[in-house]
Design a protein around this ligand. Sequence first.
Ligand SMILES: [Zn+2]
Length: 417
Amino acid sequence: MRLPKTHIYLIILLGAAFALLYLNQYTEPSKKSDEPPSPKLDSIAVKIQKASENNLETLKHTITAGDSLASIFKKYGYDPRDLYLLTQSEFGTALKSVYPKQELSFLERDSELIQVKYSPNPLQSYIFEKDGDNFRAESITFHPDRFLERKHGVIKNSLFLASQSLGLSDNLIMRFAQIFQWDVDFVLDIRPGDEFFVVFESLYLNGVKVGDGEILAATFVNQGRTFEALAYATLDDRLNYFSPAGKNMRKAFLRAPLEFSRISSNFNPRRRHPLFKTVIPHRGIDYAAPRGTPVLASGDGKVITASRTKANGKFIVISHGEQFVTKYLHLSNFANRIKKGKRVKQGQTIGYVGSTGYATGPHLHYEFLVNGVHRNPRTVQLPKAASIPENQLENFLYETERNRMFLASHISKNRDP
Ligand SMILES: [Zn+2]
């Protein structure tokens, strides 16, 4: 809310008068009667003048969809030159993309912009202070207090509904599902009565919760099968999840090399080809998806072909070590810098769904070969990603012990009421 300036003056005036009366009453009890009576009025006048000299006003703005710094500047009537100077300052690039719900505040003196504060999230602020014909920029990072929190949920309908009723954030439960996605299909495999336990960090700043930190330990019970995961930073400094025995939760390959897709044709060695009406074995899976949908490398590897043929259209072949090869056909395009010899990471976008080659519509034809033999990518046993090396196992057990115990005590408490 913005108070009209006259109201602010009135508040300052009353405040100043009140303060003076208060001071006179309590700090000058032995005031001599022969002093001139005027200073009181004079000092009130000075105070008012000072207040208007220091006429500071703060405007808070919460970013909404469609806002840009330029549109906000226009709305408040600030000088476009200040906008330019801000973006040129150190940390000025932070202001180039602002997102809904983030906070901006503007400090004005006599309606002149003298300071901008931007908080992209509760743990980060940037302060830009007008300094002559420049803005001096400062970056402030707040270090939250971290507390361990644990939750237990029983699923009636879906994991998301169960977690919402516990007050867990969507982001946290997305990350939870990602940990177990290699073993559990959270759309098809979930049954009423499935249970989950999760230990995670809660971040607090000045006693106020500002977000969730990492998931440190988690258990998912799916149709009577129990999966356990412990967070552990591997040598590459990435937080990975492992079973208590040190086995990676992640598989070396994605089950499907696309997000958000549906399968229109299954692996079928005796299928009639829709274009040729003869029996042509279908040695892969077709994923129908809109043209342009990103196609992901299903595992770490090296591109051995990125080329085009009449039948395959634009296609990519990736070799993953000695045993495994994956193929991606009918692409509309290759992703940037994808070419023969390029190393790729699991989940990296390598191309886009299209209908080049012999294709009736936009889809991805995906093949998975083990030792040169086509296997059904939906059902083939996928190898695990690297486990904890033998010589690090002791350290892994030591470092994860606290979280493991914290989770275990929570589970036993919920099992034996
Ligand atoms: Zn196909």
